[in-house]
Design a protein around this ligand. Structure first.
Ligand SMILES: [Zn+2]
Ligand SMILES: [Zn+2]
Length: 405
């Protein structure tokens, strides 16, 4: 993966898409066995003296403890911030957890180590950014593509918003720990990757009709990561070492693509907006959280269904299109159709998710028809990004929206 970062940086520097590409601040990515010794060596090479591990009780037992031992063997002092779960027994990145971490991080800390899945990374990312102390990522499950990105989705006063914070300076993923993570977390990581089918289409669409920034290089990186997961779904489903390595590498690459691009367009389209909408509803009702990738896997199937059954047919109806006054729509119609035809059939997406043990339908996650309908007509308001979902809700001049629940 280290060569990969160097190659990616060279490609980005020579990319002529016209967007400013960001430097990747990650010095080292190591995926393998016994990587914690490597982490300790890296930390002592960086001359860190006081590390703090941000974990929860489970991830501390699974990985934090042995990591702490490795660090102390090299003479680095280690403090702990073990984030307390909420009343639903979920660890959430809200004000309470953020303050807990800030209070528990000693002032002399010179490196923060996130040990866990997405949420613990979000807490660490926030603290790292606010305290101006670098952080190291130690994923304990291949469940999400945000480890290497800058965005931290945080819940403040009941509303979840993604803040641009900081990327890790290094990432160490231990395959034996990742392999032992619960199957639903592997399925969630696969779901977050499958979402790239719709996010990549929505990204291209937003670019073609609304001039959103686009980079073919970043799109290719993201698509290759997606394809490697789909081609190896059996290995990922078996959670063997090779499968888990393929999945974590794909998640990391998707995160790096966002990092180079500086925004989340490649990895997050209408399916993520649906998922955010569901999540906000769960927060409002104080319902237990559902894994990000589990929601996103389901919303990808749902959105693929909507795009195939309602959006694509609309594009092939010149009479209806005529009433829609969006500048670049008509001239790009062929390309737009091609982009959305490339999304696999919903049944195929369901099959892929089922192979990994992931849910495929909203009701399996406790999302009822009403919430699905509300999200299909309102989720696009959560973000400015121009997606086909937004188009279907706002573009038509008639009072009747295009979208049907
Ligand atoms: Zn995601
Ligand atoms: Zn570019």
């Amino acid at each position: 993966m280290e060569n990969y970062i160097a190659e990616l940086m060279t490609l980005a520097q020579t990319c002529d898409c016209g967007n400013h590409h960001h430097r990747i601040p990650i010095e080292k990515i190591s995926i393998g066995n016994s990587v914690y010794k490597e982490l300790a060596a890296f930390a002592s090479y960086k001359e860190f003296k006081h590390a703090v591990i941000i974990a929860d009780e489970n991830t501390y037992q699974a990985a934090g403890k042995s990591l702490s031992d490795s660090l102390e063997e090299t003479g680095i002092r280690v403090s702990l911030s073990i984030i307390t779960p909420d009343e639903n027994n979920d660890v959430v990145a809200d004000e309470i957890s953020l303050v807990q971490a800030l209070v528990e991080i000693p002032v002399e800390t010179d490196v923060i180590i996130a040990v866990g899945a997405g949420t613990l990374h979000d807490i660490a990312r926030f603290c790292s950014s606010k305290m101006k102390v670098p952080f190291i990522s130690v994923p304990t499950a291949p469940s999400v593509d945000g480890f290497t990105s800058m965005g931290a989705p945080l819940i403040v006063r009941g509303v979840k918003t993604t803040f641009q914070m900081s990327a890790p300076i290094a990432l160490f993923a231990d395959l034996s720990i990742l392999k032992a993570s619960p199957r639903k977390m592997v399925a969630a990581g696969f779901g977050d990757m499958l979402a790239k089918y719709t996010s990549l289409s929505d990204w291209k669409f937003g670019h073609l009709v609304k001039g959103e920034p686009y980079c073919p290089l970043v799109a290719v990186i993201t698509r290759e990561a997606l394809e490697s997961c789909v081609e190896n779904v059996e290995k990922i489903a078996a959670s063997d070492e090779e499968g888990i390595q393929i999945l974590i590498e794909a998640l990391i690459k998707s995160g790096l693509a966002m990092l180079v691009f500086g925004q989340s367009h490649p990895a997050s389209g209408g399916e993520h907006h649906l998922s955010h909408y569901w999540e906000m509803d769960f927060l409002k009702r104080k319902r237990p959280a559902v894994l990000h990738g589990a929601k996103v896997g389901v919303s990808t199937v749902l959105l693929a269904e909507v795009y195939k059954s309602q959006f694509l047919p609309l594009l092939s109806e010149p009479a209806r299109l005529q009433s829609i006054q969006i500048e670049n729509l008509q001239e790009n119609i062929k390309e737009i159709m091609k982009v959305y035809r490339e999304i696999p059939a919903p049944e195929h997406l369901k099959n892929l998710l089922m192979q990994t043990g992931g849910e495929t339908m909203p009701e399996q996650l406790g999302i009822d028809e009403q919430l699905v309908a509300a999200s299909l007509s309102s989720a696009h308001n959560l973000r400015n990004r121009y997606t086909a979902l937004k188009f279907m809700n706002v573009a038509q001049k008639e009072s009747r929206p295009i979208i049907q629940p």
